[in-house]
Design a protein around this ligand. Structure first.
Ligand code: HEM
Length: 455
């Protein structure tokens, strides 16, 4: 793209010329491939057009820092309210950076007391052990469905305090509606389309009803002074109603919405991380062997315990490497330039949608040694990426970083370690699990043979 100078002399970043529909088609055909192509041709910051206006993609850690860390008021998260048919209130993840965001952040982070983290870990480890016990040697399973169930059980118990018995159906319907909502949002005339009774919204509204009932009951129970519920939803109720927080909810449906918004983000991401385990471990037998050696040495003949999670640095390194190569957020939530701004000396016009792209940053060979290779060892020896701390953004960056990292780590590490105690997993396909719009950024089953370690 020809760089356009403005009256102030500043220019747009470089990028492909015009052709908004061509760009949209290319993006729709190969979502992450489109951003790799932009980076390869135009460098660390790229301007491109889409039917909904100008976009700017960022692949450079210093420039990402300029947007995310240094100018959060100027670059505000842009999540269309219309995408979330079943979650109406903005919740922390969609609240603009400012005072309300600060108060809500305080409310969420105070949930992570050492006692509550310990309780979360106990639930995660116990669910991980049931998950591994329920698999059968020699069977072929849809590994994605198995992971959905395990993470659903662990996270509904720890976040919602209810819903485990319902199984993942309501969550799948909720996520599909939200993700299709994002696609509709990018189409011309979306406001009109959004008013129509779209089938995925109707399905989500219906499927979610039993979960709603269970969650409203959990909210009522949390008000009982004798309640011993340590779930996140109990914290939301108790901290706000007992005056321990500067935040207050107007009604129970706002509490439900906050908990759902956190839940879907957490569940979607945890499924995504674990879904890639068979692919990467089956191709790297030395990693599988080292993981098995670690879990066996730490747990011996007894089942894994919550305390063991602190003693599994290699399992943690495997999770970090999965997050690097297959980040659940290949793009962070897009930021909207609230007025004309400058990044890396370029003009970013007001209204531009700015996308920071971990999927590209995490693989840059000029930052990461053997950037395209799966090498968990890199996380054990000092700095995994000595070139730049902000080149690794699977959890975003302050002041809008992920608030659930202790819980995310508990669920992913316990799932991985629980499997490694008993099984080796052989996916039927050599291909990476397909991109799509269901839970995680996946689509379709991941057919996997379950092989006993003693075979
Ligand atoms: C492997 C699991 C997870 C991953 C990879 C992940 C990733 C992320 C990312 C990338 C963001 C920031 C997006 C951005 O700035 O654009 C984010 C935000 C957030 N995450 Fe997570 N997340 C995970 C699990 C969780 C869990 C378990 C919780 C809570 C219990 C949680 C709560 C949140 C919240 C509340 C935000 C919004 C922060 C804000 O906007 O200020 N996440 N997460």
């Amino acid at each position: 793209m020809k760089q356009t100078s403005t009256a102030s002399g500043r220019q747009h970043p470089p990028g492909p010329a015009g052709k908004k529909l061509k760009n949209m088609r290319r993006l729709a055909t190969d979502y992450t491939g489109f951003f790799h192509w932009l980076h390869e041709h135009w460098g660390g910051i790229v301007y491109f057009n889409m039917p909904d206006g100008g976009h700017c993609a960022i692949f450079d850690p210093d420039l990402a820092e300029e947007v995310l860390v240094r100018q959060p008021e100027l670059f505000q998260k842009d999540c269309p309210a219309s995408a979330f048919e079943v979650i109406q209130c903005p919740a922390l993840a969609r609240t603009p950076y400012g005072d309300d965001h600060g108060r809500l952040t305080d409310l969420i982070v105070t949930a992570f007391t050492p006692e509550r983290i310990a309780a979360f870990k106990r639930v995660a480890v116990s669910e991980a052990s049931s998950f591994a016990d329920e698999l059968t040697a020699g069977s072929t399973v849809d590994f994605r469905a198995e992971v959905e169930r395990f993470t659903w059980n662990a996270l509904t118990t720890t976040i919602l305090g209810a819903g485990r018995d319902l199984g993942p159906g309501p969550g799948l319907a909720m996520l599909k509606a939200a993700k299709l909502g994002f696609i509709v949002f990018a189409l011309p005339g979306y406001k009109l389309i959004r008013k129509l009774p779209l089938p995925h919204d109707l399905k989500a509204r219906k499927t979610i009803k039993p979960l709603d009932e269970a969650v409203y009951e959990a909210i009522r129970n949390a008000r009982d002074p004798a309640s011993e519920d340590s779930s996140l939803i109990a914290h939301l109720v108790q901290a706000t109603e007992q005056g321990e927080s500067n935040w207050s909810f107007s009604n129970d449906s706002e509490i439900r919405d906050e908990a759902y918004a956190i839940f879907v983000g957490a569940w979607d991401s945890a499924v995504h991380v674990l879904a890639y385990v068979p692919h990467f471990l089956s191709r790297n037998p030395h990693v599988q062997a080292r993981l098995e050696e670690e879990v066996d040495r730490v747990a011996g003949d007894r089942p894994l315990s919550a305390e063991d999670l602190e003693r599994l640095p290699y399992a943690e390194a495997v999770v970090n490497e999965l997050l690097r190569l297959q980040p659940p957020a290949p793009l962070l939530v897009p930021r909207r330039a609230m007025s004309d701004a400058e990044v890396g000396g370029f003009l970013i016009p007001e209204g531009t949608l700015v996308e920071v792209v971990p999927h590209v940053m995490h693989r840059r060979v000029d930052y990461w040694e053997d950037g395209e290779e799966f090498k968990p060892e890199r996380w054990l020896a000092g700095e995994a990426c000595p070139r730049h701390a902000h080149s690794y953004l699977p959890y975003g960056a302050e002041p809008r970083a992920c608030r659930g990292i202790p819980l995310a780590a508990a669920v992913t590490v316990s799932g991985l370690a629980g499997l490694a105690r008993k099984w080796r997993l052989e996916p039927e396909s050599d291909e990476l699990p397909a991109d799509g719009l269901e839970v995680g950024t996946l689509s379709g089953p991941i057919l996997t043979k379950v092989v006993s370690r003693v075979e």
